[in-house]
Write a protein that binds this ligand. Structure first.
Ligand code: DC
Length: 228
């Protein structure tokens, strides 16, 4: 069967990654979490002291870009790809609050976006890929055959992130997570370069009241309709 490109965009913590990973596994496509790439750059900045109190040392980051190599490797145990920075697995490190509270700032930087988009386009050039993010259907793969735009209320998303972090032993409060979710929405939708917006030809899904199996079935059906 002819392979297609699937772009899944939407707000933070709305379950895009879960949907995208499950679909990719089911249909035998490669899954790429583009947010993990911005998180990896953020983690690099934390490690190398590139943050000032409320900003980033832009010149130093720009000079460091050629030293930042991001890749994904399948984790045989989880069956899902882990994120690597310069050959070190940083999958756990990039999900905590230290990275989450700074990543939107990194994602506003033009030269960072240019480098990430080029890498994402390279990863997807053979098609057969499910990529999730904010600008996949608008900027990275404007010609994707299937585009989905996922939303859910900020409160529902904060609760999901809270449950996820708690399960991993992180004791961040619900209030701080809700604040972070709203702040990231504001930055993601308001930034000058590639702001979060629904592509004109994307199908919208509000999954506030849906279970994971319901979302999975919904997405499989959209894939099926797209490939018959
Ligand atoms: O999906 P996520 O929460 O892991 O994304 C982390 C951050 O990166 C979030 O602030 C939005 C940003 N991002 C982006 O600007 N473009 C993408 N394609 C993916 C993520």
């Amino acid at each position: 069967m002819k392979k297609i490109t699937i772009a899944i965009d939407g707000h933070s913590s709305c379950g895009k990654s879960t949907m995208a990973k499950d679909l990719a596994r089911e249909i035998g496509y490669i899954y790429i979490d583009s947010g993990a790439m911005y998180r990896a750059v953020t983690y690099y900045c934390l490690q190398h002291g590139l943050f000032t109190e409320d900003n980033v040392k832009l010149d130093a980051l720009q000079a460091a870009m050629p030293d930042i190599h991001i890749s994904f490797k399948l984790n045989e145990q989880t069956g899902r790809p882990d994120t690597y920075l310069n050959d070190t697995c940083i999958e756990g490190e990039i999900r905590g609050m230290a990275v989450s509270s700074r990543v939107s700032l990194i994602a506003t930087i033009g030269f960072v976006r240019e480098a990430m988009v080029a890498l994402q386009q390279e990863m997807g050039k053979e098609k057969g890929i499910v990529m999730d993010g904010r600008d996949i259907g608008t900027t990275v793969f404007p010609d994707a055959e299937l585009k989905i735009f996922v939303t859910a209320s900020a409160e529902v998303r904060a609760q999901r992130r809270f449950d996820e972090l708690r399960a991993k032993g992180d004791d961040a409060s619900y209030e701080s997570i809700l604040e972070n979710v709203k702040e990231r929405d504001r930055i993601d939708s308001g930034r000058a370069v590639s702001p979060l917006r629904k592509a004109d030809d994307a199908i919208e899904l509000d999954n506030s009241l849906m279970t994971i199996p319901e979302q999975k079935a919904w997405l499989m059906e959209k894939f099926r309709l797209c490939t018959i």
